[in-house]
Design a binder for this molecule. Structure first.
Ligand code: AMP
Ligand code: MG
Length: 355
């Protein structure tokens, strides 16, 4: 692999064989020594460093170009490790852990002193997740149990759903990339804040509001993240940044399906006349109706898991193809659709056109 930025990045492929254990051990050694390792999880690829080592956290911010007020999620691999880093005064975290861990749910709790402020962006709270991906768990265990990891992309770019995308952003900047193939879910974890009286979703994800309510009763959602006109700041510091963004201009077109198709085709024609390369993001059901340089299907409109799985890959493919102007259909915002529309709105900088 090409060498950039002076550092040689080791690249190891995990194939599910007994040889993986040695690679995860090696990754653990690198992490314990203060190095950085990108690794697969069930949501997106993470960029890991020792969560209890302030130098490692500083290195993560530097490798991503991430603003230092945007805290990291601490990944654990045992239920019993939660109480070593966070307080759970009313037992809500234990209930959610039992229901959803290991899995794509991150909880915000008051932190214990062992977690350095460098890891939490200076906050007195800490974000904790227990992922389910076996390679992630093996690596966290080998690293000593606490791995701080944001998504393994350059800040502002779509989160990586394959090791190839990690390498595009991180080669030469980190010590190691563990390639575990394509991720399963494709969108980042749900974040729920448990530090106030009523639990609040700060970032929607695979674990939905309805699923959380079944366990906890009332759960609200931070509305600033779905409504661009809100004057309030989102409660998760990271949600205020333009994020997940492709290089070209993306807008979402909403309305009656037939009008959406007509409007997108007219907008693409206009852009093409201006000499711009055009792209469309559409559901399987309508993809054939579009005329653009590049039409990408996210899967069936009915299949939210397929849409979540392909969204970031498509945004990166448009970048690779040099697409300059993109239009996307809107998708349902029920259930996991809320997470999909949240990421799509952010990628579009909340640019929505009514058809
Ligand atoms: P990423 O690591 O790229 O998935 O982003 C992590 C997200 O979690 C960002 O939006 C952070 O702002 C958010 N986050 C992490 N720790 C906290 C915390 N203690 N309080 C609120 N949000 C947090
Ligand atoms: Mg991220």
């Amino acid at each position: 692999m090409e060498r950039r930025n002076g550092m040689k990045t080791l690249y190891e492929v995990l194939d599910g064989s007994s040889g993986d254990a040695e690679k995860l051990e090696k990754a653990g050694e690198i992490l314990k020594a203060g190095g950085l390792v990108a690794f697969p999880t069930e949501t997106v690829y993470g960029l890991g460093g020792d969560a209890l080592n302030p130098t490692s956290s500083r290195k993560i911010y530097a490798a991503k170009g991430r603003p230092s007020d945007n805290p990291l999620i601490v990944h654990i691999c045992r239920f019993s490790d939660l109480e070593k880093i966070a307080w759970d005064p009313d037992g809500k975290a234990a209930l959610l852990a039992e229901a959803f861990w290991p899995g794509p749910l991150t909880m915000i709790l008051k932190k214990k002193d062992i977690v350095p402020p460098e890891t939490t962006g200076g906050l007195s709270t800490v974000a904790v997740r227990f992922p389910s991906h076996p390679a992630a768990l093996g690596m966290i265990d080998a690293a000593g149990g606490f791995v701080a990891a944001p998504s393994a992309n350059t800040s502002g770019k779509p989160s990586p759903t394959s090791a190839q995308y990690v390498a595009e952003d991180m080669d030469g900047k980190i010590d190691m990339i563990l390639d575990g193939g394509d991720v399963g879910i494709g969108l980042e974890s749900t974040i729920v804040d448990l530090t106030e009286d009523e639990p609040m979703i700060l970032r929607p994800g695979y674990v939905t509001q309805e699923m959380l309510e079944k366990v906890l009763g009332g759960v609200s959602i931070d509305h600033t993240i779905l409504d661009a006109s809100s004057p309030q700041r989102p409660k998760a510091p990271g949600m205020k940044y333009r994020h997940y963004a492709p290089k070209g201009d993306l807008a979402i077109v909403e309305g009656e399906p037939e009008r959406v198709t007509e409007r997108i085709n007219a907008l693409c024609e206009k852009a093409a006349q201006e000499g711009k390369k055009t792209g469309v993001i559409a559901a399987d059901e309508t993809a054939a109706l579009y005329r653009a340089d590049s039409v990408k299907t996210v899967g069936s409109r009915e299949d939210e898991e397929a849409i979540a799985h392909s969204l970031y890959r498509i945004l990166r493919e448009f970048d690779d193809e040099g697409v300059e102007v993109m239009y996307s259909e809107a998708f349902s915002s029920r259930g996991m659709g809320q997470a999909i529309m949240n990421r799509l709105l952010k990628a579009a900088g909340h640019h929505v056109i009514e058809a």
